[in-house]
Design a protein around this ligand. Sequence first.
Ligand code: GLY
Length: 295
Amino acid sequence: MVYDRKVQEYAGKIAGECGVTASLGIDAGEAGKNLETVAGICRFLMSCGADRDALLLAVGGGTVTDVAGLAAALYKRGISVAFVPTTLLSMVDAAYGGKNGVNLDCYKNMVGTFLQPEFVYRDISCLATLPRREFLSGAAELLKTFLIGDASLYAETVDVLRREDIDWRHLDELVGKAVAIKLRIVDADPYDNGERHKLNLGHTFAHAIEWYEHRHGVECPLTHGEAVAIGIIQSASLCNESLAGRLRSDFRACGLPVDLPYPLDELMPAMENDKKNGAGGIRFVLIHDIADITY
Ligand code: GLY
């Protein structure tokens, strides 16, 4: 098992229940989302004598599932992986669909592969202790999924998120529905050659913002989801100003940022180097209306 040290106690409980034979705690976060961490996990697997029948269980948020997924895909040319996501972002997005990856220099998820997890175990009670901004980061991905796939679930989610007291049972139901939408898209296009691009709504801008903040050593950077929220609004502004206005007010009510924090021309180098681009230039995912997405 590989787990985020921040959830050590919870990971210990999972380890006991699942008969884990060896475990490695790592410091999750963007700073550790690199090939060195992947190498560390592979060394840990070697030191345990893990063979190709081993299953690597990752407990933590998106960075943990991403690095563990890549380590599992590479170790001895591939072993099985399974996830216990502990953040809303990983419960909605990162743990599902088989994408893994690490950053290279300032560029997000530049090195990675596909490996579908054997299973994902979701326990919404983990979210009760998640810091507010981390929670909102996942909330942005939840809203994104419904903007892609279902207008009424989008409205229902805004209603749940804007309340001070989160209704966890209702949220769990919505997360399950968002996962079903994501998995339908992934089933149609597992290797991200077309339909799956839709899941990158807002991400061209988001990755550019994250690149800019990394490059300029911004002290208090946006979370991934916060950057995605801003990116979705930018994307909507490109084709439907009235939708952009609605999203701006919904996202603000949920506690998400909505304004582009850096000049657009300074984000261009990152957009030009985005891994989603094809030969024709920067590839944006556009939202014309809710559930009307093109790429
Ligand atoms: N997070 C986007 C995807 O899984 O394709």
